[in-house]
Design a protein around this ligand. Structure first.
Ligand code: R5P
Length: 303
């Protein structure tokens, strides 16, 4: 797919190929940018600890500049996809009221391989976020920086193929080089009507096998890969989980094979120390629910 885009500048094409691997046109992005509007999201309270063991297993990291500087070693070879939009929080009035919060100069200082921002199609601030996307693409292309547009979904907006096709197409028309969206029924239609690569968000935490199924379905439906957060680092076994997701994205494994791999990797993990005599046997049935199910509620409803 990258080869077809001969109008791209060398730098832009080179950066894009560090995110979507040209060998197989696939991408595994690890999303850790949730704190930009959620604050200390459950199990992402200490980003440094979360990111460290996962960094070598993803193709790129989706991150804010604050967490990148404070929590990602500058010696890493993993490309950074830098979130450059923000301005509202989960306790504020309207999540869709976002602006560009990071300059291109700072993104370059941070050696970003791509910039990411959200658009809120159909929301009160639709106009502002879409115009911002167009402006960001114009600025970023001057420096050969690709832009990933996130089709954010407000609580009042659906996640069906009709809405997501519209949102993805709007993002692509503004010049986004990659569009991030959600998996949905008739996902193929979303992909077919979007002229640039689509990457799928993981969404709220679900059982590991279901998250692997989502990954498989997304790839089968035409996505280049996943940009997954909560279903990796909210898992009891984040490294095993990201390796299983990777097996689907990059090694064409099916869901059974990837889940088998996940269980094998879990069984090989060193046992965690426990103070309360609880068994850490990974083969025992464990709840996939977050410790405090209410903590994630607003995020689940709004994005
Ligand atoms: C949300 O706005 C953030 O951009 C996340 O990066 C995105 O939702 C993907 O993370 P998750 O897989 O947890 O949905």
């Amino acid at each position: 797919m990258l080869e077809n885009r001969s109008n791209m500048d060398w730098g832009l094409k080179n950066r894009l190929s560090s995110i979507i691997k040209p060998q197989n046109n696939r991408a595994l992005m690890l999303a850790v940018d949730h704190g930009y509007f959620l604050g200390p999201t459950e199990k992402l309270e200490d980003p440094k600890k979360v990111i460290a063991p996962l960094l070598k297993h993803c193709d790129s990291l989706m991150v804010t500049r604050g967490v990148q500087r404070a929590s990602v070693p500058a010696t890493t070879g993993t490309p950074m996809v830098l979130r450059v939009s923000g301005g509202s929080s989960i306790i504020g009035e309207d999540l869709s009221q976002e602006d560009i919060t990071v300059s291109i100069e700072d993104a370059i200082r941070l050696n970003a391989s791509a910039l990411a921002m959200s658009i809120f199609v159909g929301s009160k601030y639709e106009y502002q976020t879409i115009v911002n996307l167009g402006k960001l693409v114009s600025e970023a292309e001057k420096y050969g920086l690709p832009v990933l547009a996130v089709t954010a979904v407000g609580k009042e907006l659906g996640k069906d193929a009709r809405y997501l096709s519209l949102a993805c197409r709007v993002a692509a028309e503004q010049g986004a080089h990659i569009v991030k969206t959600y998996y949905c029924d008739n996902f193929e239609k979303v992909v077919q009507s979007c002229p640039v690569p689509i990457i799928v968000a993981g969404g709220k935490k679900i059982p590991e096998r279901d998250a692997l199924q989502l990954t498989y379905n997304a790839i089968k439906g035409g996505a280049v890969g996943v940009d997954m957060g909560r279903n990796i680092w909210q898992s009891e076994h984040p490294v095993s989980m990201i390796r299983a997701v990777r097996a689907i994205v990059h090694n064409n494994q099916n869901v059974d094979q990837a889940f088998k791999l996940y269980k094998k990797l879990v069984s090989e993990e060193p046992r965690k120390k426990s103070n309360n005599n609880k068994s850490n046997n990974p083969n025992q049935k464990k709840s996939n629910k977050p410790n405090n199910p209410n903590q994630n509620k607003p995020h689940q409803n709004q994005k």
